[in-house]
Ligand binder design. Structure first.
Ligand SMILES: *Cc1c(COP(=O)(O)O)cnc(C)c1O
Length: 395
């Protein structure tokens, strides 16, 4: 059996395990000090004022939509090329996701198309830093300010990334992160929202804890039993066990991002001379965090290449089916093909190659060599088909 190389996976070391065990032996395993410590560590790392740790990236996006007061009937602009949660969080609040197309080379929300999507009901733009490259936040900020919209970042791919020297976490009014095991750092499941806005911060703290004004520990400290439900909230709390893991993981993030960038460089150099494969563009002003390494397969059938690679032990993947094409969105919002043609066309060509910091150089070389084999095999196959068709048409 050849070794299977997944598209992404976590790195857990003995320090991580020690940190978790320490919490298990302590007084607080949820709503305790490790939650605050993790929030402080992340906000310091990204340069934001406040952080609220929650149970997932999806919960983080939901809390962000609550913080900025998305209410039934409000419209929120989102890119079509993202994980469904970006739009689902809007739907959770009764809002209407308005899908905007992406640019063909980076697959980031196309700023030139946003203004045509704005109506009197539009409240916010959610930018998604797809694959780990931050969007053009200066342009987005200008559009948001001009139209009195809130700018939210779905930065589930881009913690540690930068745009024009400014860190992800400081580029939007509210920024959401995910700590799922395939993401840069993990808490098993988890997420965080960061902001500089104290009002958003207070709202999100309440939202994650049933809409209650004081949490368990604040009450314990005050020797007080009284609390009130101020608004409808959820149990989106994250445990101290998870936060201890997150805090330990965060220490390794800078080195891991460096490794991801190295792998990307290696991939890029190896594919440069091949016409059948095109990595996504990176803006020169961007420091890319490389959650994913996405290429477009140009002269071959993506599905054939996908199968060839999977059979050869390379855990390629497809990120993502454009959100508006999912049955739920078609059924409830009447979205269909043709709404975002660039994302739809890209969807048929994209492939995510393995990208995680524990990949050794040998793994990277194996991926490159196997991708080359897949392309040779499948481009020849297509050319053969093409010749046969032509002969059929002209007897
Ligand atoms: C992972 C991810 C999410 C959701 O995060 P979970 O922690 O899995 O809930 C949302 N948006 C994007 C772009 C993601 O990649």
């Amino acid at each position: 059996m050849t070794k299977f190389i997944p598209y992404g996976r976590q790195c857990i070391d003995e320090d991580d395990i020690k940190a978790v065990v320490e919490v298990l032996r302590s007084d607080w395993i949820t709503t305790g000090p490790a939650v605050d410590e993790f929030e402080e560590a992340v906000t310091e790392f990204v340069g934001a004022e406040y952080g609220v740790a929650v149970s997932s990236g999806t919960a983080a996006l939901h809390a962000a939509m609550y913080a900025v007061s998305i209410a039934p009937g409000d419209e929120v602009i989102v890119p079509a090329m993202t994980f469904a949660s970006t739009a689902t969080a809007i739907v959770f609040r009764g809002g209407l996701p308005v899908f905007c197309d992406v640019d063909a080379d980076k697959l980031l929300i196309d700023p030139n198309l946003i203004e045509s999507k704005i109506t009197p009901k539009t409240k916010a733009i959610v930018a998604v830093d797809y694959t780990g490259q931050a969007c053009q936040y200066d342009v987005l900020r200008e559009i948001a300010d001009k139209n009195n919209l809130v700018l939210v970042a779905d930065a589930c791919h881009s913690i540690g990334g930068m745009y024009k020297g400014q860190k992800v976490g400081t580029l939007a009014d509210v920024t959401a992160f995910s700590f799922h095991p395939v993401k840069h750092i993990t808490t098993g499941e988890g997420g965080m929202i960061v902001t500089d806005n104290p009002e958003y911060y207070e709202r999100m703290r309440m939202f994650r804890n049933h809409g209650v004004t004081l949490d368990q520990r604040q009450r314990a400290e005050k020797g007080q039993w009284f609390y009130e439900i101020e608004d409808i909230g959820y149990n989106y709390r994250i445990t101290d066990i998870q936060c201890a893991l997150g805090k330990s993981q965060l220490k390794k993030l800078p080195a891991w991002i460096k490794r991801r960038q190295e792998i990307a460089l290696h991939y890029g150099a190896s594919f440069r001379s091949l016409s059948a494969i095109k990595p996504l563009d990176v803006m020169p002003c961007s420091s890319h965090a490389y959650h994913l390494y996405v290429v477009k397969i140009l002269d071959a059938d993506r599905n054939e290449v996908f199968s060839f690679l999977r059979n050869a032990g390379i855990g390629v993947n497809v990120h993502y089916i454009p959100v508006h094409l999912h049955p739920f969105y078609r059924r409830c919002f009447g979205t269909k093909e043709g709404l975002c043609p660039v994302a739809e066309a890209a969807y048929k060509q994209i492939l995510s190659l393995p990208m995680f910091p524990a990949m050794i150089d040998e793994d990277v070389d194996t991926v490159i060599q196997t991708v080359k084999k897949a392309l040779v095999k499948n481009t020849q196959f297509l050319k053969l088909l093409f010749r046969r068709n032509t002969m059929g048409d002209n007897p």
